[in-house]
Design a protein around this ligand. Structure first.
Ligand SMILES: [Mg+2]
Length: 375
């Protein structure tokens, strides 16, 4: 059996969990001579990045076509050798490697008739606790408090994570007293046991003192962790912050490479290491990052906020380690989750199941992919 086709499919879609903004991603579809298809994804987010990744992938296609899909490691090594100049420390090339890696895992599982979770060593848990992870968008924070309370009290999510400084009218992260009142209201609405995570969006630029002040004030309402209160490269700022706040601190989602994660974990600034298989080297790199995380006794947190392909890959990784606290799900129905595959992921009683079908355990509906294809 050989790989006969590899295709990049950039798509664009409306994301209700991000104020109905248009987001983009790039699928990678690999087909074998036996007609078996594997799917991967790059979470490129912006249309120009999806297009650029597609060009790179198409340029590398000849390194994949004609190969046995089970020669996964050797295919990746060849891709690294071919792309050394433009994937050093990440960038668009890392998106391409990530998408191909996940597609090869999916393909390998389908060829062998085994779920990826088994191929990577077996799931330690067959269900993961889930939280609702979303962006506030409404100008009325009472509306947002009620909405998020309902995710926990009505729908059963084990907690919530809210991105601040995002699109929409909520304007979180700008006015200190209003932000703190919001967090107090959230804690009241979700109850004492639910996990509460606040995430500074990239568009907010707090200095270290502001980050410390907000983290301390938010943590009066018991944060599970505070995510990226500072820009990820501000290692000294994180060190200062960590001396003055008692909650866990999360960062890592913007890393591109295992080397980057090595540096991050060694720096000691991150208690909750964000990782996206659609960005930082797929499932293969995710397993290496999990080893780093386990050795340092910190937490692994999948940044699974894209399509069901990345969700499936992220669940397999998350279930392979006891250092995963929670799994994040977008609470509002969205096309790349709820239209894309035949059996969309859902949570029951705050738990999501590890897929048991071959490969990623999902069935992508090709006509849906086509209907969102960017032209
Ligand atoms: Mg984040």
């Amino acid at each position: 059996m050989t790989i006969t086709k590899i295709e990049a499919i950039p798509v664009a879609y409306t994301e209700p969990n991000d104020s109905n903004s248009t987001r983009s991603l790039m699928f990678c579809r690999i087909e074998t001579s036996d007609g078996i298809v594997g799917w991967g994804e790059a979470i490129t987010q912006f249309p120009e990045a999806s297009r650029a990744a597609a060009v790179l992938l198409e340029g590398l296609a000849d390194a994949v076509i004609g190969r046995d899909p089970l020669e996964h490691h050797s295919i990746l090594a060849e891709l690294e050798r071919r792309s050394w100049w433009y994937t050093y420390e990440g960038g668009i090339g890392a998106f391409v490697m990530s998408a191909i890696d996940v597609a090869l895992w999916d393909l390998k599982g389908k060829v062998l008739g085994r779920p990826v979770s088994e191929l990577i060593g077996g799931a330690l848990r067959h269900e993961l606790p889930v939280i609702a992870s979303t962006h506030a968008f409404n100008s009325s924070l009472d509306f947002e408090i009620e909405r998020h309370g309902a995710y926990v009290q009505r729908d059963g999510f084990r907690g919530i994570k809210i991105g601040m400084g995002k699109r929409g009218e909520a304007r979180l992260g700008y006015e200190f007293d209003r932000d703190v009142d919001f967090v107090a209201g959230l804690r009241e609405a979700i109850g004492p046991e639910a996990l509460l995570i606040m995430d500074r969006g990239q568009s907010l630029s707090w200095n270290v003192d502001e980050a410390i002040r907000r983290t301390q004030a938010f943590n009066e309402y018991r944060l599970a962790w505070m995510e990226e209160p500072l820009e990820p490269q501000d290692v000294e700022g994180f060190r200062r912050l960590r001396q003055q706040v008692s909650c866990l601190i999360g960062t890592g989602e913007r890393e591109f490479t295992v080397r980057g994660y090595q540096r991050l974990v060694a720096s000691g600034i991150s208690d909750v290491v964000g990782f996206d298989p659609g960005r930082a080297g797929g499932i293969t790199a995710g397993l290496k990052v999990i080893q780093l995380v386990e050795a340092a006794n910190v937490w692994f947190n999948a940044h699974a906020w894209s399509s069901a392909v990345t969700t499936a890959a992220s669940i397999a990784l998350s279930a392979s380690t006891n250092r995963c606290m929670i799994f994040e799900m977008k609470p509002l129905p969205n096309p790349m989750h709820d239209e894309l595959i035949t059996q969309p992921f859902t949570q029951h009683d705050g738990l999501i199941s590890v897929p048991r079908g071959p490969g990623l355990g999902i069935e992508v509906i090709e006509s849906v992919v086509e209907s969102y294809r960017m032209h």
